[in-house]
Design a protein around this ligand. Structure first.
Ligand code: HH2
Length: 278
């Protein structure tokens, strides 16, 4: 299991836009997420929220590169959340090990070749349409089968471009061109994507579908994030991408202890605080 912490160096991300636009604030936030238990930090310089404006490559690189350099330089595993080869290249030069592309190599013709050459890990995500238009009436025949066919095709293309299959992660793209019903169906039948033979990443963190159910604003969707992340792992996700690392980590530890029937105290790290009932 990998817990991926989100570091958005953007003015307009849907839940934390503007909070970490300054490099020092973003670096401090990344280190805090590591202290909370994140194993990978996903650094992004362009919001992909519905309706978001595209960001120029130079600006995206200017935002992300110093943050990647500092966090990777401190020994942490860093992923760059970008669709642009020039941004990814600067991040890889600065020490990033993973390229997380929400367009699954459809956004920039040079990105697949760069990833092949650098032998980094890659995340290929499903999205219907573009961030600007993706929530305008998305339709599927069968959302799970359609997403699965898309990911199979993108894996094939990536391998044809020279990316080693063992380095590919797949992601159903929760919220990217999906209605509430589509998101729920994907989460419910996530296990079907395991047929593709690649590890699955799921990002539900604070997303709108949670707010549609709970009526809560983006910053108040931790309960829904925790529930959906735990169920995603239970359904076969190998990694979850979240803003609220400590809450999700604790929930996953408890869920894992239950599903593996591991008793309190059999593992040093899992022992209950002194004086508390096991
Ligand atoms: N979701 C977002 C961005 N990147 N990458 C992957 N692989 N999977 C996701 O589900 C995913 C992603 C959107 O979340 P966030 O980064 O919090 O918001 P914004 O795009 O507004 O910066």
């Amino acid at each position: 299991m990998r817990l991926i912490g989100i570091v958005n160096v953007t003015p307009d991300s849907f839940s934390d836009g503007g909070l970490y636009l300054d490099a020092d604030a973003a670096i401090a936030h990344g280190l805090e997420l590591i202290a909370e238990g994140a194993e990978v930090l996903d650094v992004g310089g362009e919001s992909t929220r519905p309706g978001a404006e595209a960001v120029d490559a130079n600006e995206e690189r200017r935002r992300t590169e110093p943050v990647v350099r500092a966090l990777a330089g401190a020994g942490h595993a860093v992923s760059i959340d970008t669709s642009k080869a020039s941004v990814a290249e600067a991040a890889l030069d600065a020490g990033a090990r993973i390229v997380n592309d929400v367009t699954a190599f459809r956004g920039d013709p040079d990105l697949a070749g760069l990833c092949a050459e650098r032998r980094c890990e890659v995340v290929l995500m499903h999205m219907l349409g573009t961030p600007r238009r993706m929530q305008d009436d998305p339709r599927y025949d069968d959302v799970v089968l359609d997403v699965k066919a898309f990911l199979a095709e993108r894996i094939e293309r990536a391998v044809a471009a020279g990316v080693e299959e063992e380095r590919i992660w797949i992601d159903p793209g929760i919220g990217f061109g999906k209605t509430l019903a589509h998101n729920l169906e994907l989460l419910r039948r996530l296990g079907e994507l395991r047929d593709l033979g690649r590890p699955i990443i799921v990002g539900t963190s604070r997303k709108r579908f949670i707010g549609t159910i709970t009526g809560r604003e983006a910053g108040e969707r931790i309960g829904g994030t925790v529930a959906s992340s735990v169920l995603a792992v239970e359904a076969g996700a190998e990694a979850v991408r979240v803003h609220d690392v400590i809450e999700v980590r604790e929930a996953l530890s408890v869920a894992e202890a239950i599903t593996r029937r591991r008793a309190w105290g059999t593992d040093e790290r899992m022992a209950p605080p002194r004086g508390e009932a096991a």
